[in-house]
Design a protein around this ligand. Structure first.
Ligand code: NAP
Length: 527
């Protein structure tokens, strides 16, 4: 049942005065539930509880944390079709998408459960003492990763499950040993509350301390701003717009104690189409890209917004084929009227840029809030000179840049902003002749894709979902896969510390049987 209240730790609360509703973009009507924005008192209470809970939660065993995470996954599944219904009502996304995103979310939770149960992720590194070393004795030093403290997670609009309440940021922070306060996304506050109820049930069933999780409603930026400014908050996770991510990053940097903000923001995901691939396989790639550009109405951070090729008849054939394929695809509902409003505005800003040609702009009659796809093209020289053309248009929009030659293509790639992904389309070994372009692309992205599409982000340990700024605020980390846990920890060294006072991970006997580095050797042996 949706109450419209906030979870302040395990308790439902609605002390605030500001209320709001979510919106069903399919029916173009407001949903029935009324949500109350968290008040300042509730924000402070949630952070106080998290700070208190951290004392115990940061020390509990990996086994207990894994029970908690697995239980969250189970409780989400128990919510069944009712949860999927609310998800669809608040996002305009299909039931099929809801099911697959829920599958991904519970898989993420269970992956982190497995990681912390096994325990070696703390990177225990031990250098034993050499008391008779000359000229000075070497002390006994033991290092491992420990949690930072309470983390604030901003739910993303485009992934109501997988990057929201119990999504990757929350799961990884809880796995690290950090309490989490979610700033629920206002577009899917009902989905958020239901998932939050699953987390609270799991917390109670597995007896983790009250305050390990809170879920706060908001209809504007104030709640998020107050959370980021709160002195007891120690890190922030964010997925959304460049403006939002950057504002929060700057706010966190200005605090008396600056804290890290791991913001995953816009990306146009460049695709480089090499000449032989275009010549020999333009039909295949045009079909694949028409599908990828329109997937989820273009509302993916990995949507391919820019395609680069070398000017000529083959590239023209590709562009024409892409246009003819993309018009065959039925438009779908976008997340919210504000998202479609931004899409229409950004699309027309692009179309007003000098030198940009519209190849196909679907004008068909579509239901309200459906995103109509568009393909545009521009000369390489024009693209180089106009940075507006480099910006993300969130929706089913893509631009084909026609470069003069290989040198111009390399210059363009070198000058791109940081991106989540970069894709190279090559006919077999053709790639070998484009090493400098591959190197330029590698410098700009977090993930390189060969002969594929950028949409579709596998959740696994080898995934990097991040990239140089502005794709993310810290390119050293991934937001997807178990290694995303590294965002919420810091290393600590214990010097000459009594064995019985060390964390289990660093004790001589290795009671947790984890993999450790001892004097340069990777081993599970005791000392
Ligand atoms: P958003 O506007 O960045 O908002 C995301 C969250 O951050 C919301 O909870 C929002 O709070 C909060 N927020 C935004 N600006 C803030 C600020 N200055 N201070 C404090 N909090 C702030 O993103 P969105 O609502 O998800 O979608 C809007 C646009 O973002 C889209 O049209 C798209 O362009 C972009 N977007 C990109 C991606 C991507 O992966 N590339 C993903 C999602 C969205 P309130 O909503 O309460 O104001």
């Amino acid at each position: 049942m949706i109450t419209g209240k906030n979870y302040i730790g395990n308790l439902l609360s609605s002390l605030g005065k500001v209320t709001f509703k979510t919106f069903n973009p399919e029916t173009n009507t407001e949903n029935e539930y009324i949500f109350t924005e968290a008040s300042e008192i509730e924000i402070n209470k949630a952070v106080e509880l998290a700070t208190e809970a951290f004392k115990e939660y940061s020390k509990i065993s990996g086994l207990k944390k894994s029970e908690f995470l697995n239980q969250i996954a189970t409780e989400i599944e128990v919510l069944g079709d009712e949860l999927l219904k609310v998800y669809c009502e608040e996002s305009g996304l299909t039931k099929q998408r809801a099911e697959s995103e829920r599958g991904r979310t519970v898989f993420q939770l269970r992956s982190f459960a497995q990681l912390v149960k096994e325990g070696s992720w703390v990177e225990a590194t031990i250098e034993t003492a050499i008391p008779n070393r000359k000229p000075t004795p070497k002390p006994d030093l033991r290092k491992m990763l420990i949690p930072l403290g309470p983390v604030v997670v901003f739910g993303a609009s485009n992934f109501p499950f997988a990057y929201s309440t119990a999504g990757g940021d929350t799961a990884s922070a809880l796995a690290a040993g950090c309490p989490v306060i979610v700033k629920s996304h206002p577009m899917h506050a009902g989905t958020g509350e239901m998932v939050a109820s699953a987390i609270i049930k799991a917390a109670e069933k597995t007896a983790v301390p009250n305050g390990v999780f809170s879920n706060l409603n908001s209809s504007g930026i104030d709640v998020g701003v107050n959370l980021v400014k709160h002195p007891q908050v120690k890190a922030v996770g964010f997925t959304g717009s460049m403006q939002g991510g950057r504002a929060l990053f700057d706010l966190a940097a200005k605090r008396k104690e600056p804290i890290p903000v791991f913001a995953e923001m816009g990306s146009v995901n460049p695709v480089v189409l090499l000449p032989n691939a275009v010549k020999n396989n333009f039909k295949k790639w045009a079909k694949a890209y028409a599908k990828s550009i329109t997937l989820g109405s273009g509302q993916f951070c990995t949507n391919p917004g820019l395609l680069f090729g070398i000017k000529g008849v083959d590239l023209t054939n590709f562009i024409q084929k892409l246009a003819s394929e993309i018009v065959k695809i039925q438009p779908t509902c976008m997340l919210h009227p504000t998202i479609i409003g931004a899409y229409e505005k950004n699309k027309s800003t692009m179309q007003n840029q000098q030198g940009l040609q519209t190849v196909v702009d679907l004008k068909n009659e579509t239901p309200t809030n459906y995103g109509r796809q568009i393909i545009t093209t521009v000369e390489g020289e024009t693209f180089l000179k106009n940075s507006t053309l480099h910006q993300e248009v969130f929706g089913p929009f893509s631009m084909v840049v026609q470069c003069e030659d290989k040198e111009q293509l390399e210059q363009i790639i070198t000058n791109l902003e940081g991106q989540l992904t970069g894709t190279l389309i090559s006919d077999g070994d053709e790639i070998k002749a484009y090493e400098t372009i591959v190197n330029a692309l590698q410098n700009r992205v977090g993930r390189l894709i060969f002969n594929g599409v950028s949409t579709g982000v596998e959740v696994c340990g080898a995934m990097v979902h991040g990239g140089p700024y502005p794709a993310s605020t810290d390119s050293r980390f991934t937001a997807v896969g178990v290694h995303s846990i590294k965002r919420w920890v810091r290393p600590i060294s214990f010097q000459n510390w009594p064995d019985n006072q060390l964390p289990d991970e660093l004790k001589n006997e290795n009671p947790l049987k984890i993999n450790r580095n001892i004097n340069g050797e990777q081993t599970i042996k005791p000392i």
